[in-house]
Design a protein around this ligand. Structure first.
Ligand SMILES: *[C@@H]1O[C@H](CO)[C@@H](O)[C@H](O)[C@H]1NC(C)=O
Ligand SMILES: *[C@@H]1O[C@H](CO)[C@@H](O)[C@H](O)[C@H]1NC(C)=O
Ligand SMILES: *[C@@H]1O[C@H](CO)[C@@H](O)[C@H](O)[C@H]1NC(C)=O
Ligand SMILES: *[C@@H]1O[C@H](CO)[C@@H](O)[C@H](O)[C@H]1NC(C)=O
Ligand SMILES: *[C@@H]1O[C@H](CO)[C@@H](O)[C@H](O)[C@H]1NC(C)=O
Ligand SMILES: *[C@@H]1O[C@H](CO)[C@@H](O)[C@H](O)[C@H]1NC(C)=O
Ligand SMILES: *[C@@H]1O[C@H](CO)[C@@H](O)[C@H](O)[C@H]1NC(C)=O
Ligand SMILES: *[C@@H]1O[C@H](CO)[C@@H](O)[C@H](O)[C@H]1NC(C)=O
Ligand SMILES: *[C@@H]1O[C@H](CO)[C@@H](O)[C@H](O)[C@H]1NC(C)=O
Ligand SMILES: *[C@@H]1O[C@H](CO)[C@@H](O)[C@H](O)[C@H]1NC(C)=O
Length: 507
């Protein structure tokens, strides 16, 4: 089961996100009779309008279909599907059947081919109505909106024979977990421009359970496929949908520019769902991730840019990334990670208004000898840690390599990390920054930090080979590696030479 219950004090925060829904609920309660009469009228009206709607070559003439009602059963009005492109299509028009059994790959492919034929102009919209739409992987096209209605679920076929193999990503050289080709993603796109995946919170479900089991039993010869992967593309929007149970990483934008991910829910079991990262911005530029809820079996977010010698050769950084207003949970890994694959460089990242709850780690930066590249100018603001084992982690010995041919002298450079407004409770080790002689961590700033502890041992703020400053007083007390300034910027206490403290590796 996926655990999505929040601690009660955060529920009010979540409710705030959706005042309309609460208003609707109270309206329904107080005007039941009136509403019922309205529903009948609306049902007749919608049948009338629906009959008047005709399609000419896929172009909807008249009102967009979709606002029908189930009067018996749940009596739930369906939200009418908005028209977002000049040409609007419905998967059913291409032979799609949403019974959870029929395989709809060809219907999706035909619909996408139809949209790609539109050429320039405003592009096309593919509506997927309520139902369970089983499919093997398919490709998107440019100037396309995939719209998932309420109660629509796209399901990935479980048998890997239907998943095409693709060449490894150039900046990785290998499939991530097996050498050679890798499985493509359920929903895939390459060299595209202007793609939108949105809806009324419809779901894309990878049915990852069988993949996770096969992976754990080592029955797969190739790296598992992501749920949604968009490569070498620009102007991408993913909003208002739920992504769940991906075989592997959930949402993987690769070498893309101008990507917005907004109001998306990403779910996978918090244990037993290996490598189900939520979002992996990889060699991407100009990206926003906001207003999302992510609870998965690995990192909720992991910013990357390629692996060792392959990533260095490919040389595409991830930069200018804004991550804000997220609630995340990761029992196995971390809320927001940077790395460990970062060989193309990662810079100019801002992470703000982040709540991490019941997790192993809060925010983590991980790298190793052989990676090369850099991580610089990373800003964390207003981060709340609620029941997290280790709050802030920088680790420089994450020695997971593609092969043995990595350059032993390719040391990454780490500098410019700013942490402000870091609060929380139930944290065992608030800070663990372990640079090394070859990979020191430079220019780290802490201000306005107060983290409640569950663990009263000496080294709850752990440091080695790190240099930086603390502005004002923070809790817990920082280690000696930091210059301490008062709020007016006057040096109160200079840093002493960094020493390696004894470390409790078991926490
Ligand atoms: C999807 O696009 C990729 C890259 O262009 C291609 O290799 C693959 O065959 C396409 N898959 C389908 C099902 O068309
Ligand atoms: C988020 O998506 C849901 C489901 O589609 C929608 O009801 C809600 O209005 C969206 N919220 C925002 C802030 O866009
Ligand atoms: C969207 O659906 C998911 C999964 O059912 C649910 O957890 C989430 O709260 C829904 N989001 C909105 C805004 O209704
Ligand atoms: C993996 O390779 C082995 C040996 O070649 C083969 O027997 C097995 O069927 C393959 N498994 C998959 C899932 O392709
Ligand atoms: C980014 O993509 C969005 C959505 O397609 C588009 O509206 C916007 O103009 C793009 N921004 C730039 C700078 O190209
Ligand atoms: C997401 O939903 C919100 C609220 O309904 C709407 O304003 C917004 O346009 C939607 N986003 C997209 C990309 O469809
Ligand atoms: C980071 O931001 C600064 C200031 O906006 C800009 O000058 C620099 O080019 C950016 N770095 C990258 C790698 O985009
Ligand atoms: C650091 O990155 C932020 C965006 O996160 C940018 O606004 C700022 O200009 C950058 N600063 C430098 C010195 O590159
Ligand atoms: C800080 O982040 C929390 C979410 O974790 C948000 O509710 C709060 O409004 C943010 N505070 C500010 C000052 O932006
Ligand atoms: C140190 O980091 C701060 C904040 O991250 C940044 O503003 C400043 O420019 C950096 N200084 C140097 C010398 O890199």
């Amino acid at each position: 089961m996926v655990e999505t219950l929040l601690p009660s004090r955060f529920q009010s925060h979540l409710q705030k996100l959706d005042p309309k829904r609460r208003l609707l609920a109270s309206t329904i309660a107080s005007h039941k009779t009136l509403l019922f009469a309205f529903l009948w009228i609306a049902a007749f009206a919608s049948v009338f309008l629906w009959q008047r709607t005709s399609y000419i070559g896929g172009y909807v003439v008249g009102p967009v279909a979709g606002g029908r009602f189930t009067v018996f059963g749940k009596a739930k009005p369906l939200r009418p599907v908005p028209r977002l492109r000049p040409a609007v299509f419905d998967l059913k028009d291409f032979g799609g059947v949403g019974d959870g059994v029929t395989v709809n790959t060809e219907a999706f492919e035909r619909a996408v081919a139809e949209i790609s034929k539109l050429g320039g102009g405003g592009g096309g919209q593919l509506n997927v109505q309520p139902g369970r739409w089983l499919t093997a992987p398919f490709n998107l096209t440019s100037r396309m909106t995939l719209f998932l209605a309420e109660d629509c679920e796209i399901l990935g076929v479980e048998d890997e024979k239907f998943w095409p193999l693709m060449p490894p990503l150039p900046s990785y050289g290998y499939g991530r977990e097996r050498p050679g080709p890798r499985y493509g993603s359920l929903i895939h796109g390459q060299n595209l421009k202007d793609v939108v995946i949105t809806g009324h919170n419809g779901t894309i479900n990878g049915q990852g359970q069988s993949w996770w089991k096969k992976h754990q039993r080592r029955l797969l010869n190739n790296t598992r496929g992501p749920l949604v992967q968009i490569m070498w593309s620009s102007d991408i929007v993913i909003a208002n949908v739920t992504l769940r149970d991906s075989p592997f990483w959930t949402l993987h934008p690769y070498d893309c520019k101008n990507v917005t991910i907004r109001n998306v829910t990403i779910l996978a079991p918090v244990t037993g769902a290996p490598n189900t990262d939520g979002i992996d911005p990889d060699s991407c530029e100009d990206m926003v991730i906001e207003d999302c809820y992510i609870s998965t079996g690995d990192d909720a977010i992991a910013i990357k840019s390629g692996w060792d010698q392959f990533g260095i050769a490919y040389g595409r950084p991830s930069t200018n990334i804004l991550i804000r207003n997220l609630i995340v949970r990761s029992v196995i890994s971390a809320g927001v990670s940077i790395g460990s694959e970062m060989s193309g460089g990662i810079s100019n990242v801002t992470i703000e208004n982040l709540l991490i709850w019941n997790s192993r780690r809060g925010v983590r930066i991980k790298t190793a000898q052989g990676r090369g590249g850099y991580i610089k100018n990373i800003t964390y603001k207003n981060v709340t840690l609620d029941n997290v084992r280790v709050g802030i982690v920088i680790k420089t010995d994450y020695n997971e390599h593609a092969d043995d041919n990595y350059d032993r002298k390719a040391y990454p450079t780490l500098s410019g990390f700013s942490f402000s407004g870091i609060h929380g409770q139930g944290v065992r080790v608030p800070v663990r920054i372990h640079g090394s002689e070859q990979i020191p961590v430079r220019n780290v700033t802490f201000r306005d930090m107060s983290v409640g502890l569950t663990y009263k041992k000496k080294h709850i703020f752990q440091c080695s080979f790190v240099k930086g400053r603390v502005i004002g007083s923070i809790f817990p007390r920082p280690c000696e590696n930091f210059d301490v300034y008062d709020e007016e910027g006057r040096l109160v206490k200079p840093a002493t030479e960094s020493t390696v403290p004894d470390i409790d590796y078991d926490i």
